[in-house]
Design a binder for this molecule. Structure first.
Ligand code: ZN
Length: 155
């Protein structure tokens, strides 16, 4: 499946080189910072949640390795314009994908997760990261920061 891996690498590099939704949002948008000390990745997530619980706008800042920046870019594209509930659902799916091979390869539950409708689009490109456990934190950093930002925005 070398072809698929090349495609995945292309998608990751494309997001890392030209991140979607890069920038800042002025207050009262929520600003939340995340840091991955293992790799030195920094992510700043700005979200604007409207009265109906929709993530009306999202921007990211920060710097780090291509996995962290690429995952952050894909994350913004996946959740922008979605409800908070949907964003949390996508976050759960993404984090489940990141754990499939890491923790529970021979576990029966991994099969049900893998066969579930993930609908992750470009995010599937990050699946290969699970082969490098030390990079999983790079890939999940922006998602954990988003979860925290949602908590702060809806508190
Ligand atoms: Zn990293």
């Amino acid at each position: 499946m070398a072809g698929l891996e090349d495609l995945y690498k292309e998608i990751i590099l494309d997001h890392a080189r030209s991140p979607r939704n890069k920038g800042e949002l002025a207050p009262p948008a929520t600003r939340t910072e995340g840091f991955n000390p293992l790799c030195g990745d920094e992510i700043v997530v700005y979200i604007d949640v409207d009265d109906e619980g929709i993530i009306a706008d999202i921007k990211i800042g920060g710097q780090g390795c291509s996995i962290s920046q690429s995952s952050a870019s894909m994350m913004t594209a996946a959740v922008k314009g979605k409800s908070v509930a949907k964003a949390q659902e996508i976050t759960g799916e993404f984090k489940a994908m990141m754990n499939i091979h890491g923790d529970s390869l021979d576990d029966e539950s991994s099969e049900s997760v893998a066969s579930a409708e993930l609908e992750l689009g470009d995010l599937e490109a990050l699946k290969g990261v699970v082969k490098f456990p030390v990079r999983i934190k790079c890939a999940t950093l922006s998602w954990n920061t988003l979860a925290q930002a949602i908590e702060e925005a809806t508190a």
